[in-house]
Design a protein around this ligand. Sequence first.
Ligand SMILES: [Zn+2]
Length: 371
Amino acid sequence: MQIPKFIGHEIFRHSTYGRWHPLRVPRVSTVMDLSRALGWLPPTQFITSPRAKPAALQHWHSPRYIAALQRIEASQSVTRQDRDLHDIGSVTNPVFPEIFRRPATAAGGSILAGELLQEGGVIYNPAGGTHHGMPDRANGFCYLNDPVLAMLSLRHHGVRRIAYVDIDAHHPDGVEVGFGGDPDCLMISVHEARLWPRTGNIENDAGGNAYNLPVPRGLNDSEMTCIRDELILPKVAAFRPDAIVLLCGADGLEEDPLSHMALSNNAQLDVLRGLMGMAPRLLVLGGGGYNPWSVGRLWAQVWGVLNGWDGPEVLPDAAQTVLRSLRFDGNRRGKNPPEHWFTTLRDAAREGDVRDEVKDAVRALLRRKMR
Ligand SMILES: [Zn+2]
C-alpha cells in the first residue's frame, strides 16, 4: 500500500475572486502551511498539481467554454456573450486574474489523482471539489467540475465502480449532470435543505443512482452520525466500490457564513474515518468552506486522519502562527475570533437530539429501491 499523497499548488495562496467574494479567503495554502508546521507534509508525500490542458478538460467541458475561459483570463474582460452563454462576469462567478489557471490547476490535480489511483491508494486534493461546474458554464463559484473529471479519469484508467459521497452544505448539481443515471456510480449527497442551488430534493434520484438527503438547519453531530451509520456507510458497503470519492466541504460547519448547519469538524472527520478502507482507492476533495479558520482546521485534520495522525491537543507555535495570520475582512466572524481557532484543530463536539425529520428522511431513502 502506497503512502497517502497530497496534491497542492502555490497558485491558491494569493489567488482571490475579489475583495467581497466568499472565495477571497486563503484555503489550500492554509492547509499546506498547517500541515508543514505539524511536520505532516514531507516532500515524499507532496505532489505539485499539474495544470490540466484544454484537451483534458474537454473530456467533459465544451471546447468553446474552455476557449472562453482562456481568452477571458488573457483579456480580463467579458463579452455579453460570455455572460449569457457561460455565466461569467457575474457577482457569483467573477472575472479574476487566474480565472483559467486556478480551476485548471485544481482540475489537473483531480485528473492526475484518477491516474495515480489506478494501482490503489489514498490521495487528497483539497483544491478540488468544484461540484457545481457545468459542461458549458460556470456555476456557484465553480468554473470547471474537477470531481466529474476525476471520476472520468478513474474510468479511463480502468476503475469502474465509483461511490461519490458529498458532505458539502450544497447539493452537487454539476456532478449529478455528469454521472446521473450511471449504474456504476453511486452518488450520496447530504446537503442543507432549500439552500442554493435548491436541487437535490429527496425524491430526486438523478436517474436511479443518487441518494439525496436534504437536512434541516442546525444539523448537529449526532444527526450526522445517524446519517453516516444508517445511510452512507451501509449504502457504500453494499455497492462494493472500486473507488470512493469524498467531497469534504467545510461549509456545513457551524462557523461557516454561507450555510446554517451546526456541525463540529468531528462530524466530517467521522464520515471520512468510516469510509476509509471501504474501497482500494480513496480520493478526498475539498469543496466549499468560507470561514478561513474552519476550513484550515478541518482540512488539515483530513490530511492527518488519512495518515492516521492525531493532531496535538494544543498546536505548536508554528501552527498557531499560521492560524493567527489569517484575516477574514468583511465578516463579523473575523472581528474577534475565539482563541481556540488559533490554538487547536479539533472542535468541541456539537451533539444533540436526532430530530424526527432527519430520521424520517433517512428511512425514506432506505426504503427506496434503486433502479
Ligand atoms: Zn458548498
